[in-house]
Write a protein that binds this ligand. Structure first.
Ligand code: ADP
Ligand code: GLC
Length: 495
């Protein structure tokens, strides 16, 4: 039996405190699963303006965080637990960095110009906090570019600090598109030494690339599906870092995310007007009706209803959807979309909704409640992403018996098995090439299967609802890599 580990988990967003996407779901669920396995996990995140201080416990005196030329900055620290667990979450409070309306960008979508300082601060504050609370980490687990400075800090600034003598680092890439590229003065703020500003570590076109440096220094790098772990080593999906990642592929692993079935379960979901499960699906029809009413669509029982939930970003295939809109509107189906993001897309989809109100409706905004209703009330779920590291919505859809239509990329490819009309196997509909034609024909195929081969549709629906993507299985895989990495680093130290 291996000894329990002290794991520091630092993330820029964590459910239920702050969320813009799937990273928050992972950061809220994986620590709980690891804690259930007996590990001591602490989570650290910013105390954003939207997080009400009054419900949190104020701890410690001020926490000093060294920020190079900015000097030592002093943060407040608050504490709560992840709901339903005793995993502590520490909030770093620093008004000048986090007292703003957005997490990463203002209300017009412009990224904050000091995001480098904001997240280098978070990365360092989390490390300093462990010292202050006497938590000696065995694993420092960073997520995405926001905290990717941590692995490099451990190998440089904190290399001879006895508090971190046991610590190995893991960096999980949730999305390679966002790398944290800044003016190179960020090197001084990180305080890791200019000798690390070179094309194999932090340098990228004379700027600092925080994720790139994190990949170079982490003891282990993971991403959120096996397929994506392969894809990011290719020019098509590498966002310019494929060669760098290939150079570090010996320490790269793909681990699929899990799902929190306490939150995503059609038999108990508090957001739904009716509940259902495999043995009694009648509630799903009521959810469909409620969804149609909610979106002002005519209540057509037998017409397939296609749902979409997601950020309006190119990644999610919104450009592809827009380019086949004409065809989709003539398919004898209804479509509902929920999302926010790129302004052109918000305008385009709202405009289509205004003109084709019996077939197409959209809700521009962020609403957990509507997201749940779409998962339950739709017959098919559209997720034609250009790339998708893991993707959670297609996995939620499976549990709700809403068959996904996806592009064969990343986690979508790993979780969705294409319908085979000959054997009746599969749990969704999948296409390979990111072209309007491929998307159009796959949606048409799904709609026709629903309408004309309903038995196959039902069979797939049952299979989809039976599948489970449990967090405990993923946590086990993370645990294995933690131990492996610790073991390898000890061996290294004896060489
Ligand atoms: P990504 O992290 O790339 O955005 P994921 O599929 O991993 O994609 O996770 C997206 C998460 O955010 C899901 O939990 C999804 O339900 C939620 N989500 C995205 N957009 C919205 C929205 N407009 N309203 C409510 N929830 C949303
Ligand atoms: C990212 C990815 C998404 C993944 C999520 C959680 O935002 O875009 O595919 O599911 O992170 O890992």
């Amino acid at each position: 039996m291996n000894e329990p580990l002290n794991i520091l988990f630092t993330a820029s967003e964590v459910v239920p405190f702050a969320k813009t996407g799937g990273l928050a779901d992972v950061a809220g669920a994986l620590p709980k699963a690891l804690a259930k396995m007996g590990h001591n996990v602490i989570v650290v995140m910013p105390r954003y303006y939207s997080i009400d201080k009054s419900g949190l416990e104020h701890i410690l005196g001020p926490l000093g965080v060294p920020m190079g030329p900015m000097g030592e900055l002093w943060a407040g620290v608050y504490k709560d637990n992840l709901p339903g667990s005793d995993v502590p979450v520490y909030f770093i409070d620093y008004e000048a960095f986090y007292g703003r309306s957005g997490l990463y960008a203002d209300e017009h979508g412009f990224s904050y110009p000091d995001n480098d300082n904001r997240f280098i601060f978070l990365s360092k504050a989390a490390l300093e906090l462990t010292r202050k609370i006497g938590f000696k980490p065995d694993v420092v687990h960073a997520h995405d570019w926001h905290t990717a400075a941590q692995p490099a800090l451990l190998k440089t600034r904190y290399a001879f600090d006895s508090h971190f003598e046991n610590a190995v680092s893991m960096l999980t890439i949730h999305n390679l598109q966002h790398q944290g590229i800044f003016f190179k003065g960020a090197m001084d703020v990180m305080e890791i030494g200019w000798e690390h500003f070179n094309p194999h570590e932090f340098e990228s076109l004379d700027g600092v690339n925080v994720l790139k440096g994190g990949i170079a220094h982490a003891d282990a790098v993971t991403t959120v599906s096996r397929k994506y772990a392969h894809e990011i080593q290719t020019p098509e999906f590498g966002f310019g870092l494929d060669e760098h990642i290939r150079a570090h592929s010996h320490k790269l692993y793909g681990i699929l995310n899990g799902v929190d079935y306490d939150e995503w379960n059609p038999a108990t979901d508090p957001y739904l007007p009716a509940h259902y499960d495999i043995d009694d699906m009648s509630g799903k029809a009521l959810c469909k009706k409620a969804l149609q009413e909610r979106f002002g669509l005519p209540v057509w029982e037998d017409v397939p209803l296609i749902g979409f939930v997601g950020r309006f970003a190119e990644q999610k295939g919104i450009g592809l959807i827009a380019s086949v809109m004409e065809g989709l509107l003539h398919m004898n189906a209804q479509i509902v979309m929920l999302g926010t993001g790129e302004k052109w897309a918000e305008g385009f989809f709202s405009d289509v909704a205004a003109r084709y109100g019996d077939r197409f409706a959209c809700h521009i905004g962020y609403s957990n409640e509507v997201a749940h209703l779409i998962e339950a009330g739709s017959d098919l779920f559209l997720m034609p992403s250009l790339f998708e590291p893991c993707g959670l919505n297609q996995i939620y859809s499976l549990r709700y018996g809403t068959l996904p239509i996806v592009r064969a990329t990343g986690g979508l490819d790993d979780t969705i098995h294409n319908f085979d009309p000959a054997t009746k196997e599969g749990n969704g509909f999948k296409f390979e090439w990111a072209t309007p034609d491929a998307l159009y024909h796959t949606v048409k195929w799904a709609v026709d299967t629903y309408r004309f081969d309903h038995d196959s549709y039902r069979l797939m629906q049952k299979r989809a609802m039976e599948a489970r993507f449990d967090w405990m299985a993923s946590a086990k895989a993370y645990e294995e890599i933690y131990y492996h990495t610790i073991f390898s680093s000890r061996v290294q130290n004896y060489k």
